[in-house]
Design a protein around this ligand. Sequence first.
Ligand SMILES: Cc1cc2nc3c(=O)[nH]c(=O)nc-3n(C[C@H](O)[C@H](O)[C@H](O)COP(=O)(O)O)c2cc1C
Length: 205
Amino acid sequence: MNVLIVYCHPSKKSFTYQVFSQLLNGLKIANHKILVSDLYEMDFQSDMSEEEYEREGLAKVENAIPDDVFTEQEKIQQSDCIIFVYPVWWSDCPAKLKGWFDRVYSVGYAYGYDDNGNKLIAMKKQKLGMVLCTAGHPNEFLDETGIAESMRKVMIDDRLGARFENKHMVILGGTLDMDQVKEKHLVKAFETGKNLDRFCTQHIA
Ligand SMILES: Cc1cc2nc3c(=O)[nH]c(=O)nc-3n(C[C@H](O)[C@H](O)[C@H](O)COP(=O)(O)O)c2cc1C
């Protein structure tokens, strides 16, 4: 598949970077074609400008799309699958990735309606959306408190939504006790890349 990875972490010394690297290794073994948007490396602008806000808020689809946003949309058009890799910060993705959704999911591209109420979506429907996030809290805690469910609702049901045929979220939790989880999480990241095609055809928890 043509795979776009949207990766968001400021440090190459991080555990999330190791997860990203293992995912890449797995994807390469399975011969996927890979494009990467490394949001910090690219210094991706996450704040919406006033002009962009007016385009979104007032649905002025005739207004120009900024070049950096257009570049990201072009990458999506070339892809069959998008994998989001990030650390959980305050029970959500980092602000830079949130800003990627704010700006790249522009009106007329990822959502919107014309004057007759017909859907106005130019974004290429993706076969698979995969979310791979690391979290300090163990998965059990995130499940018990409902935080995992709320993260799934926002990322999978809303941000990925009907734009993706198949959607999966893998929470690699418990990273505060790294000795306990490091190896199994890195294996999981590698296997996710290596067996990516399987996620398009069957539900894998
Ligand atoms: C600003 C910040 C906020 C965080 N918020 C959460 C959180 O809400 N829930 C959680 O489980 N872990 C949280 N963590 C822990 C990170 O998820 C954890 O550090 C990360 O998964 C793995 O570390 P890495 O930065 O080496 O990749 C937070 C960490 C930072 C730096």
